[in-house]
Design a protein around this ligand. Sequence first.
Ligand SMILES: [Cu+2]
Length: 304
Amino acid sequence: MFSQASNFVEGVDKAFLIISGISLVFLIGITFAMILFVVKFNKKRNPVAKNVKESRSLEIVWTVIPTLLVLVMFYYGWAGYAPMRDFPDDAIQVKATGRMWSWSFEYENGKISPTLIVPIDKAVTLNLYSPDVLHSLYIPAFRIKEDLVPGINNKMWFEAGILGEYDILCAEYCGERHSYMLSKVEVLTQEEYDAWYYKVDDNTNAAEAGLKILQVNGCVACHSLDGTRLVGPSFKGLWYSTKTVTTGVVSRQVTADEEYIKESIYNPSKDMVDTYPKVMISYKESINEEQLKQINAYLKSIEK
Ligand SMILES: [Cu+2]
């Protein structure tokens, strides 16, 4: 138990304050010495230049003191960082996916959420995964940040100590909508967390289920639901509309039917809708045929 947003706040803040404090002392000291020297050694007071002899004791003092200060900074930096790389065995495991341009969090029971939901006073390990480019999962309130590197299994952990909501940001420039790559951590009591974790999602309404799939897979980061032009074409009014696409070098008209939508998700660079950039990756690994049907149900429900 601790009364801070996460178990790393104290160590990181201590290192930050000590380094900032030492820097401040030097800023004031150096500025003061500089002004003093400008006044004391100006040309008016010293018309003839003098040769200044070396001083061994001075050399020793200005070597030993900075060395000690740097070691002090290293010590506190290390003391704050080391526990971040010491992973507890009993932590809740969450797969954190960062993709252009959204986050999703997958739990051990298969539950997927666009926000990170965790219980208070429990260790949580985030197994970081990026299918496309470099991202960095940053939770400022928890004082933690770690890169997501495609092809490398990186991870980070924390234990939250105060109930509430905290920002998640991407801290590695990852393209056009990088600054919109935001999410939240929600720290709940154990009872609230269990209630959320064990709640069986009601997927009887196919359209609602379809919208959820579009959200957790980050589709809505690039395809708006209200007709706004983002990175890709809006979902609004897409269902059975006519699109002009370029297939290879051939321009042709297509109807946005079930087959076209499936192709656009599984093989997005095949038919490029005119004026949109070729940036989408295939979602064949994350969206199955059953989910495609639910997506179609949702698209149909926002036809107009
Ligand atoms: Cu990013």
